[in-house]
Design a protein around this ligand. Structure first.
Ligand SMILES: [Zn+2]
Length: 204
């Protein structure tokens, strides 16, 4: 359900489309806003994202494997190797998810409940299998990243600029990622997409 609010920094009139949104970048002044039940907090400015070619943009509508969505926001992470973008999608049934875009590779992921303990980050070795609930996880990457910037509205735990740790791999034929910060561990699972799995409608 969309909500209207006023930017505490510039007075601009903003709309929040998703009830899952916790973070919003003001369209007018670029202020970073935390959206809480108690109100809106300004956390500073979010860096403007340098553009590079992508089919996605804020407000774009499209389909992923035939399922309609709208792009609500984007977050950019940077690590030692470069950066990747994550597009925050709202589907027609209001479910939210993310498409990760990393040098053209697309992965559709959804936040999942982590219902079992995972080994400590330090003990996770890239290129090895680790127990993961009832399954085994093949670990393909781990590292540290930072939020380099954001736009639009997103669901977000760690504030921009804060270092997070991530672990990526495959479990039971699904793509898996853990995001670790001092708030805890968040699990995302999903699947890689082919280019043709995603269609974007022409701008209205
Ligand atoms: Zn503003």
């Amino acid at each position: 359900m969309a909500r209207q609010l006023t930017c505490p920094s510039c007075g601009g009139s903003l709309t929040i489309e998703s009830s899952f949104t916790t973070f919003l970048v003001c369209t007018y002044c670029g202020a970073s806003l935390y959206v809480r039940d108690s109100g809106i907090d300004v956390t500073g400015k979010t860096a403007q994202l340098a553009e590079y070619p992508s089919r996605f943009s804020i407000g774009a509508r499209g389909q992923v494997r035939g399922r309609g969505f709208r792009v609500l926001g984007r977050i950019r992470y940077k690590n030692v190797d470069g950066f990747w973008d994550e597009w925050f999608l709202q589907f027609v049934d209001q479910q939210v998810g993310w498409i990760t875009e990393d040098e053209g590779d697309l992965t559709l992921v959804f936040k999942s409940k982590l219902t079992f303990p995972v080994p400590p980050y330090e003990q996770l070795r890239v290129g090895s299998f680790v127990p993961f609930g009832k399954d085994r996880l093949f670990l393909s990457e781990k590292g540290e990243a930072q939020i380099a910037g954001a736009e639009g509205e997103i669901s977000l735990n760690a504030p921009p600029g804060k270092a997070i740790r991530y672990v990526e791999g495959n479990v039971a034929n699904k793509a898996m990622r853990l995001m670790l910060d001092d708030q805890g561990i968040v699990l995302y699972t999903g699947e890689p997409l082919e280019f043709n799995d995603v269609t974007i409608a022409p701008a209205e």
